[in-house]
Ligand binder design. Sequence first.
Ligand code: SF4
Ligand code: SF4
Length: 380
Amino acid sequence: MECITKEQIRDFAREIGIDLVGFAKPDCLKEDQERLKEREALGLSCSIEERDVLKRISPEFILPEVKSIITIAVSYNVDYDIRHSNRSYGIISRSSWGIDYHKVLKEKMEKLSEFIKSKCQEVKTVCLVDNNPLLEREIAYHAGIGWFGKNGLIINDEYGSYIFLGEILINKYFEPDAPQKTKCGDCNLCIKACPTNAIAEPYIIDTNKCLSYITVKKGKIEEKIAKKMGRRIYGCDTCQQVCPFNKRAKKVVRPEFVPDKLLPRHDLIEILNMSKKEFAEIFGPTSSSWRGKSIIIRNAIIACVNTKEKSCIEPIKNLLKSQSPLLRGYSAWALSHLCEKEILSEIEDALLKEKDEMAKKMMIEALNKLKGDKIENNKG
Ligand code: SF4
Ligand code: SF4
């Protein structure tokens, strides 16, 4: 007699607000090894992805006794009316509305683990959500949570792709669930809608072009990609918004994922002027804060340029004196796009004081653009 059944786990999971549970074999990822090597060789992986292929496919590196992987999915498809404002705004991905999902999912998984441990002796578990190198979507696929869409996301028939995924590695065997075949058919809406052509071919995402990754990338963003960011401050939902399976996906009542201080369309000027304390209050509770304030403000500066927002000029001028060299460089870049020659002297003054090489280069490029001639990198 088993100490616990898959159905008992599913029933308890539903009670604590977990929408889907699936079971996979720990070696389910071994078949992905070759595909990962190919991706790496084609240069489709980005800097935030784990480069060690073995770490990505080996749950036993985390729990040596692992016998099954329990995958959970929690929908964040809350019913929320986005209020449009007349002021200039930046867009926050739906995945970052409300409380940081890492925290929410971790709590639910810990409860589920405790429930299993209360029924079965000598059970060991490790709860994971996004903070590990394992191929999360592939595990969810093998656990039958959903099927792969051409946009590279896991799509569930009932909840669409607006689902957060988490895994519990466990030293107890459960019969694996069956993977599901793709249902995209002839649809190519996500490929057509992607602003950067990051869906290199169906199911293959070039993460170096994908704005979900670009918006959290450190440092300078290639200008032609920055232009495609539009108003995006954190993440990108475009390939999910157009997906027919999301249009008919079930809505959920989940107050933790309803936006609070950080709005889905957040005022750009408020972001540009944010102090450290304000950043902690507005962005801190959400999942968009992990890369820090400078990355969010950099994206807001880019959004101001992309929307030609003149009301952003004053706050951007203040950022020429920011403590962050990235923001000093970006403010010069933005001013060269939003202003005429009247701004020259302010950028020249900033350049005289600048010590950081990247910021200096961006200031010189900004001056060149405004003057229409070349100056040498010999100031300061
Ligand atoms: S998240 Fe945005 S940039 Fe990335 S593939 Fe989807 S539409 Fe393209
Ligand atoms: S938009 Fe169409 S092609 Fe893309 S994932 Fe959805 S169903 Fe598949």
